[in-house]
Design a protein around this ligand. Structure first.
Ligand code: SF4
Length: 323
């Protein structure tokens, strides 16, 4: 048996009478649609839209619509040779500049977009939340009660309704919301995979400033209560860390003073007007040169005084005074 598809796979051939009416299309564009003549460019061709319905395209020369095309659709009735204009529109072509596709606002929101005075209520079907009244068989209840200490099951909750502490809210975190939160926190700036954490001498779990959360999230997360820590007041994972854990011990190397970058003790010899370093004879200070009562203390380090290579040797004070 041969199957025959009823769907046409070939593009329609334009109706010849309608395809010949490109002059009518251009005239309609200028007269009926009142498009200014200087924005209608070359004829680009025609396409069959349906039986006896053809769209003619003209280039749009408006500099604000580069790549766009004027499209004028014409049609005719069966067994009639009178062609009439159906519609005229401006359509984008290949490479035309288009506005970005519209995205619903709830899909556009990013963390940090909610500012002062903004309202962002969670939708009724937000999968991160479950109604408070859903108790049986829902992991969400573990988010707002402490596991029973007398149970072998760490997830065991209250046994009767009277044991349930009313949280004062109609919805609580769902299992999905809790896992999503845990993953986000753990992979974020306050988890173990940060430069700060990897350089830390100890983890938060051993730090006295670590305050565990209650419920299921408390097994891995807590708040940092160290005013001097970069994560003070933030939720951190137990294997996070910083340079200020309560039990950090300073090593000797850390207490050694660093070598100053600027040398403030040495000095350079420079020429002055009438005094050349080259021609100056340097002598080590001695008690013969200066009597003990008047001799100044030498402050020039020996290593920095150049040896005299030019000029006469300075005579002793006694020779100078006798000549
Ligand atoms: S001080 Fe540092 S190690 Fe201690 S809880 Fe805070 S972040 Fe963790």
């Amino acid at each position: 048996m041969t199957l025959v598809s009823t769907i046409r796979s070939r593009a329609k051939e334009p109706d010849q009478i309608c395809a010949d009416a490109f002059d009518l299309a251009r005239r309609s564009l200028l007269e009926d649609a009142r498009v200014t003549a200087d924005t209608v460019g070359d004829y680009l061709g025609a396409e069959a839209t349906a039986d006896r319905v053809v769209t003619h395209f003209f280039d749009c020369t408006d500099p604000g619509y580069t790549g766009w095309r004027w499209a004028v659709t014409v049609t005719r009735a069966p067994r009639s040779k009178v062609v009439t204009v159906d519609e005229s529109v401006l359509l984008p072509g290949d490479g035309s500049l288009l506005a970005p596709a519209w995205v619903p606002w709830q899909d556009r929101l990013r963390p940090g977009d909610v500012g002062i005075g903004d309202l962002l209520p969670a939708s009724a079907d937000d999968e991160r939340l479950v109604p408070f009244v859903v108790l049986d068989g829902d992991d969400a209840v573990t988010d707002w009660f402490l596991p029973r200490a007398d149970s072998e099951d760490a997830d065991a909750g209250p046994q009767t309704a009277a044991e349930i502490e009313v949280p004062g809210r109609s919805r609580v975190l769902s299992a999905y919301g809790r896992d999503d939160t845990a993953e986000r926190w753990y992979e974020g700036d306050h988890g173990p995979h940060t430069p700060l954490s990897e350089a830390a001498p100890a983890n938060c779990v051993s730090c006295g400033f670590f305050v565990s959360l209650s419920g299921g999230l408390g097994r891995l997360f807590g708040a940092c209560g160290n005013a001097f820590a970069p994560d003070d007041g933030r939720v951190v994972s137990a294997d996070h860390g910083c340079g200020a854990p309560s039990e950090a011990v300073l090593t000797g190397a850390a207490a050694t003073a660093a070598v100053p970058v600027i040398d403030e003790l040495g000095y350079d010899l420079v020429d002055l007007p009438g005094v050349s370093v080259e021609e100056t004879a340097f002598e080590p200070l001695s008690r013969e040169t200066y009597p003990e009562s008047t001799a100044p203390e030498s402050t020039a380090p020996e290593s920095t005084a150049p040896e005299s290579t030019a000029g006469p040797e300075t005579p002793p004070a006694s020779e100078t005074s006798s000549s």
